[in-house]
Write a protein that binds this ligand. Sequence first.
Ligand code: GLU
Length: 417
Amino acid sequence: MSTHVDVLGMAREQLAVAAQYLELDEGLHQVLSRPMKQLIVNFPVVLDNGEVMVFEGYRVQHNSSRGPTKGGIRYHPDVDVNETTALAMWMTWKCAVANIPYGGAKGSVKVDTKQFSRREIEKLTRRYVTEINMILGERSDIPAPDIGTNAQVMAWIMDTFSMQKGYTVPGVVTGKPVDLGGSLGRVEATGRGVIVAAEEAAKSLGINFEGARVVVQGFGNVGSVAAKIAAENGAKVVGISDALGGIYNPNGLPVEELINRYSGREGGIREYKDAEAVSNDQLLELDCDILIPAAIAAQITKDNAKKIKAKLIVEGANGPCTPDADHILSDKGILVVPDILANSGGVIVSYFEWVQDLQNFFWEEDQVNDRLTKIMRHSYAHVDYTMKQHKTDMRTAALIIGVKRVADATIRRGIFP
Ligand code: GLU
């Protein structure tokens, strides 16, 4: 779906709304609507059968006014340079809303990882990193996992970069395995943060999170952890989907069992039988209190926004609601906690990981989780306050905060030379 949607257009439209509220200078608006650096690479990989295949990859740095650029690396067949740019821009605002000292970046490789062996993905990763290594660095641009990548891929990135430097540079990438300088709590951080945001939002709407009916679209790193923590915290997870389709049971689904026994199976979570099979579209329209889209961009659009029954949407994915959908949802009185706030837990704990790596001093998991929760609650309160002050929706409020922080940094630093 995301291939047909102009996500960069979406990101620019969102920026334009915030720029209007902030009465941003036109020149500054131009600066912020474009990425500072886009690197496109085409590189060969020798496959297991001896054939050579050429892959296209990108690394886009959007803005570094507030610090080194930060953002994940995505392996997906539908990526392109514009989508990667939009995702980099969202990283800039996300880091600014959380008030962590980073700008935004994103990387991607056009690849369907399911078609390749582990060894081929390792070679692809090492070659891709070699092609973009001149713009990476622990003080310049720090990748992390995203769709299609994981801690093992981060370990290969760290190793490749370090081999070329001649010494180990753990701080060049986050989301690494814990025994290689990763942080405790990083794997769960995005999903955990999504639930902190969901609980804060539920409170503000008078919804009791305990017993609330939750639907989660996507059962990857974000969706599965969000569903697990939602259930642990007393919510009833009634609907879940993965790439192959969804399942629904109004009495609740056994999230732990789905994670431990069904995800990763060929038939996915649909092999769990004590539930009704639903399509991805039906899943989004289920009767529930809280909907967590945690898959890919542009899932809630002008075509299905009218049919959404949730009272609250918490964006686990990046860009799941289009601007058209935002208007419809807002008219229906549905609160949307935007991605740049709701899913910032991942990059917040990436920041903790980076700080630990630079200091070679590692924290306990409770410390990580407590600090994460504190930042998420604080950001939520700030966005909520700004939303009421400007009488706007929550996405615009978050953008007002994020864009203003980046604009202020740019003005204070001045434009070189
Ligand atoms: N890929 C994640 C995101 O979109 C995490 C980025 C990071 O930790 O740098 O927020």
